[in-house]
Design a protein around this ligand. Structure first.
Ligand code: ADP
Ligand code: MG
Length: 682
């Protein structure tokens, strides 16, 4: 059967109905989808060595003949050990596999194999331990840069890799979409070549070229998208919200604090923008704790006062609850509603979805705080004048465009704590106007940050006890260590148990992780907020936005596993009042690079400085490499790709200058349109 991009994956060798089901959970159904499922790293097995030259700690591929093979239980019977001897012309080596007893049947004596892995001397002489194997010279799993993909359910690395290799011939059907002059002037590989090479590159150079090309594609397409959104915004009508200075002054007076100059300026820029006849599309950027919520509330007060509806989107249920509570305080007389997948409230009163919809239709409820379920669930605010997207983790240019695609369109305010230098922001958030809060509320003391190794931990728990005795509260954050514990349930429960029996005996300890029901999550946060829990042991679900000003200590276990941007966000959970706060970084296993990263945290309190340090320390850092980054637009490109961003921006500007509607570039026009078409508001 001929292989095409549209062919279902089940046509590939080794992909049965079970594998197809596994792939489905990764949104992979066709050969095309599969080819867009990129590796996240590579094992370098490209070094082929004669067996005689293998030394301890060398990683390589060897090819030879199996001369003996047998499986046996280990001494304590907990493992099965398969031991083989493999020889080539130069010599022979012992090979060991753990818990793969079937290998003794698959790799019989006399079979010629390629093996890739690391040599270890600790098993009595040189041993190749748990190597990947395949028939001699197959070059799918050995003998090259081998792609490593994230897996799911019962899907194995081997099966996925083999399926993708089998799909490679279909790459020729991908059409070049970049203008030819760009491909040749930058010297990129063709699009089909780049897709093939990101999976199975023949060399490090080929890989680098492929990655570079695909990053450029992403960045260039985004520049075109930004331009498209700007054009759309200029064409759309908005609900004008006249600036009412008296109303604003009165509202600001009701706040429990005086605004910082940064908040004041940002709020002013926003309300002025909302008085325009075209929709606002603005980003409010401010470091953690800079008080973005209050700024959003000021703008919301202006929209509500003018008779318009307001929607506030939070990235998680926990934050929706918290920001709903905050808005209830900001608007004490107003029926502020909450809408999440799990519950609806009008102020504190639980209501059914239907009741809420009715109240919205009747115009009784005009301000709704919720998760993305808000748009999915069909909440339709009449006269929606203002939408806030807080911590815009899953809200990129495509979502923004969808939201602005109504007539009249609402004014849109995105908010983020992701620190990006202004010069870069113009390139990265090209469709957005920018407001920045540079300062922090008065009286905030720098958070005292310490690296606590080994024995210092005792002192950390002492400090926690001391703060709790003084009426304060603490977070303990646990990393996800095992692949099988994605919700973090296990690591949180183990930590909570050991602390409650040991160092924090007698304190009221609560837990928060991904496996809890939404009720239990809400309860944990509520109890913590109400001061009925002293110590909250949690995963990074508390990373973004959680605001409990009475918490003054955060201890981060396995701190070396987190990136600097993430640590900075976590640290921002404390220092939210004028009380002195502490952040303790508790590493499990510290490399030199890890230590340098944690030292940077100790030395700097400034999100911008840390973002730059992260780049410096990690090179092509993964500041934006995951969904938690606060930067939703790019899958491959990172902040480190500044030069490529500029190149993409320049090329896009050149194309758009002569052809703003892309009328003479139908291929590009189609690509931009398709990128927007497939988007749904989550
Ligand atoms: P973020 O910008 O990280 O979203 P928040 O809006 O959650 O920050 O504000 C952090 C904390 O600071 C909140 O408890 C908020 O009530 C408080 N806050 C905001 N603005 C001020 C201010 N001008 N003075 C004092 N406290 C403030
Ligand atoms: Mg916030």
């Amino acid at each position: 059967m001929a292989l095409h991009l549209g062919t279902p994956v089940t046509a590939l060798p080794g992909v049965g109905s079970e594998t197809a089901k596994d792939l489905k959970t990764l949104d992979v159904a066709s050969v095309r989808d599969l080819l867009f499922y990129f590796p996240f790293r590579y094992d370098d097995y490209s070094r082929a060595l004669p067996i005689a030259s293998l030394r301890h700690d060398v990683t390589a591929t060897v090819t030879g003949k199996v001369t003996s093979i047998a499986s046996r239980p280990s001494k304590n019977k907990r493992l099965t050990i398969t031991e083989a001897m493999v020889e080539d012309e130069s010599g022979s080596i012992k090979v060991m596999w753990f818990n793969q007893p079937y290998l003794a049947k698959t790799l019989r004596e006399g079979t010629r194999v390629s093996l890739a892995g690391r040599v270890d001397a600790k098993f009595g002489g040189r041993t190749l331990v748990n190597p990947v194997w395949e028939p001699e010279g197959a070059r799918t799993h050995t003998g090259r840069l081998v792609p490593v993909y994230s897996l799911t359910r019962s899907l194995t690395a081997r099966r996925l890799r083999a399926a993708i290799k089998a799909a490679l011939p279909a790459t020729v059907e991908f059409e070049e979409w970049l203008p030819r002059e760009i491909v040749s002037s930058v010297g990129f590989p063709s699009y089909p070549q780049a897709i093939a090479d990101i999976h199975f590159p023949e060399s490090g150079e080929a890989l680098a070229a492929a990655v570079n090309r695909l990053k450029f594609d992403e960045l260039f397409l985004h520049q075109l998208q930004y331009a498209d959104v700007r054009r759309q915004v200029a064409k759309r009508d908005a609900r004008r919200i006249a600036v009412d200075e008296d109303q604003l002054k009165t509202f600001v007076k009701t706040l429990p604090f005086a605004l910082t100059p940064g908040q004041r300026r940002a709020a002013w820029e926003i309300v002025k923008d909302m008085a325009n006849a075209h929709p606002m599309n603005r980003l409010l950027q401010g470091d953690v704790g800079s008080g973005k919520t209050a700024v959003a509330a000021i703008a919301a007060s202006s929209a509500l006062n003018a008779g318009f509806g307001v929607a506030y989107l939070a990235p998680t249920e926990i934050l929706a609850l918290q920001q709903h509570a905050a808005f209830c305080r900001f608007f004490p007389a107003s029926p502020v509603a909450l809408f999440t997948g799990a519950q609806c409230l009008v102020r504190e009163a639980p209501v059914s979805r239907d009741e809420l919809f009715q109240a919205i239709r009747a115009g009784d409820v005009r301000c709704v705080v919720g998760t993305h379920a808000l748009f999915q669930g069909g909440v339709d605010l009449p006269d929606m004048g203002f939408v806030v997207v807080d911590e815009q983790h899953r809200f990129g240019v495509e979502q923004r465009r969808a939201l602005l695609d109504s007539d009249p369109a609402p004014h849109l305010l995105s908010m983020t704590a992701t620190p990006i230098p202004r010069s870069l922001a113009l390139t990265l958030y090209g469709d957005l106007e920018l407001s920045i809060i540079q300062d922090r509320p008065k009286g905030r003391k720098p958070i005292a940050t310490f690296l606590a190794k080994g024995r210092d931990r005792k002192a950390v728990w002492e400090k926690v006890r001391e703060e709790v005795a003084a009426g304060r509260q603490a977070y303990v954050v646990c990393p996800l260590i095992e692949e099988s514990d994605r919700s973090g349930a296990k690591s949180v429960e183990e930590m909570a148990k050991s602390l409650s029996k040991g160092d924090l005996l007698g304190l009221r300890i609560g837990i928060l992780h991904g496996k809890l029901s939404s009720d239990d999550k809400a309860e944990a946060i509520d109890l913590f907020r109400a001061g009925q829990i002293d110590v909250l042991v949690a995963t990074t679900v508390v990373e973004v936005g959680v605001d409990v000003p009475n918490a003054t200590v955060i201890a981060i276990a396995g701190a070396e596993r987190f990136g600097l941007a993430q640590l900075h966000q976590l640290r921002g959970r404390v220092g939210r009042s004028d009380m002195q706060s502490w952040c303790f970084l508790l590493p499990d296993d510290l490399t030199k690079a890890g230590e340098a990263r944690l030292r940077a945290m100790v030395e700097s309190d400034d999100g911008f400085a840390l973002a730059e340090k992260d780049l410096e320390l990690r090179g092509a850092g993964n500041l934006f490499g995951n969904a938690q980054s606060g930067f939703p637009d790019f899958k491959l490109a990172t902040l480190a790709d500044v030069d490529l961003m500029k190149t993409a921006r320049d090329h896009a500007a050149r194309v758009l200058e002569n052809d703003p509607e892309l009328a003479r570039h139908p291929g590009l026009k189609e690509k931009v349109k398709a990128s927007f078409d497939r988007v749904h508001l989550e």
